[in-house]
Design a protein around this ligand. Structure first.
Ligand code: PLP
Length: 404
């Protein structure tokens, strides 16, 4: 195996399709909230693989469960039963209040499944023209054709048109635009309770209330995209619960396998009743490895105190960030909840991300000016402090001209 950064980069540039703009670092090892690069340098990881490594890196319990499963049985397909899908599904339904789970392999696939199930619901009811979707400006739902169709960013969409339609995007600062967009042809509204890729932007209260209201009044299905916000990340099992939503479908991914790729579409009873065998499927979906990992993560969250831990350290993180905002005029706003936080700068966030990485802290830039923090859910207050101290020093160094 190649072991220097330069040799890894050279081989990648030769053989890997160049769809990503990577940062100049290659990681080979992790432990808790720490990552180690190919040269042995240590980093505090406040990205956690974009909200995925929910239990941190190389979690001993998860590693043991995965190793045990790998040496027992990994995959048999959905042609047969195995013990772990039901275990993971039972916990997901208890946590969300939904009645059933469909397993897939990513967040995009979870949204794709939700869009299909929403259409299938109306089709089963004999309402064949209720096929359109309402989505929200700055939403991100993934890169497959369906998920891309309800994703806002034109750069992601334009080269691949025509996409699934009709889709109407509404301005979350205008509840009126939502009321105007939803009509008797609308199958579902899809919404992230806090738009993650869009800059860690919570929905304004008036808008989130309007989402609940319009769904109640018109019967429009609500798909809560909880791929980033769900499973404890914001201090709630799911963030829709903080908004008083009653979704018919909920998509999850990221944190669920703590690094093992797994997603799920959770559906309410009325949607479940409309789905028949053969309506949807995937070869890998919910295999033994994925659902064993998911079950382990859900036990940590629900039975071993992880959710309470996130609430407590999330409050600590918020206090630290608010203090930082008072100190550094380059910070325009601090947003988010729990361990999902965005620090919006008055300038492009690239230099802060680069400087932080050079100082041993990984943070992520999203929506140009936003420094996003998504540390592992297991992070301690002391580890958060160590990372915020680095960010503090970096912000003090942002070149004077970019403050303008
Ligand atoms: N939905 C939301 C809210 C997301 O943040 C993401 C990914 O960032 C997705 C869906 C797509 O998930 P994936 O990249 O696993 O396909």
């Amino acid at each position: 195996m190649t072991t220097t950064f330069d040799s890894i980069q050279t081989r990648e540039s030769q053989y890997v399709l160049q769809t990503y703009r990577r940062q100049p670092v290659a990681f080979v090892k992790g432990e808790g909230p720490r990552l180690y690069d190919v040269d042995g340098r240590e980093y505090l990881d406040f990205v956690s693989g974009i909200g995925v490594a929910s239990l941190g890196h190389a979690h001993p319990g998860l590693a043991a469960a995965i190793a045990d499963q790998a040496s027992t049985l990994l995959h048999t397909s959905n042609l047969y039963y195995h013990p772990y899908q039901a275990e993971a599904a039972a916990r997901l339904t208890k946590l969300s209040g939904m009645s059933r789970a469909f397993f897939c392999n990513s967040g995009a696939e979870a949204n794709e499944a939700c869009l299909k199930f929403a259409r299938r619901y109306w089709h089963t009811l004999g309402v064949r023209d209720r096929t359109s979707f309402v989505a929200i400006e700055q939403a991100f739902a993934g890169r497959t054709m369906g998920a891309l169709s309800v994703t806002w960013d034109e750069h992601y969409r334009t080269p691949f048109q025509p996409l699934l339609g009709p889709v109407t995007f509404v301005d979350p600062n205008s509840p009126e635009s939502l009321y105007a967009a939803v009509n008797d042809k609308t199958a579902a509204i899809i919404a992230e309770p806090i738009r993650g890729e869009g800059g860690v932007r919570p929905l304004p209260r008036a808008f989130s209330d309007a989402v609940a209201d319009v769904c109640r009044r018109t019967g429009t299905l609500l798909i809560a995209d909880e791929v980033q916000t769900g499973l404890g990340r914001t201090g709630y099992p799911f963030h829709f619960q903080a908004l008083g939503w009653e979704p018919a479908l909920v998509s999850v991914g990221k944190a669920l396998g703590s690094g093992v790729p797994v997603g799920a579409a959770l559906v309410s009873d009325k949607v479940a009743q409309a789905i028949s065998a053969g309506d949807h499927g995937t070869t890998y979906g919910g295999n033994l490895l994925a659902t064993r990992a998911a079950t382990f993560f859900l036990e940590e969250l629900m039975e071993r105190g992880l959710l309470d831990h996130v609430r407590s350290v999330g409050d600590h993180l918020e206090r630290r960030l608010r203090t930082l905002a008072l100190k550094h005029p380059v910070i325009a706003e601090v947003r988010g909840a729990g361990l999902m936080r965005g620090v919006e700068l008055r300038v492009d966030a690239t230099s802060v991300v680069d400087l932080a990485r050079e100082r041993g802290l990984l943070v992520n830039r999203t929506n140009e000016k936003v420094v996003r923090l998504l540390p592992p859910l297991t992070i301690t207050a002391a580890e958060l402090d160590a990372g915020i101290d680095i960010l503090d020093a970096v912000l003090a160094e942002v070149p004077a001209e970019v403050h303008a």
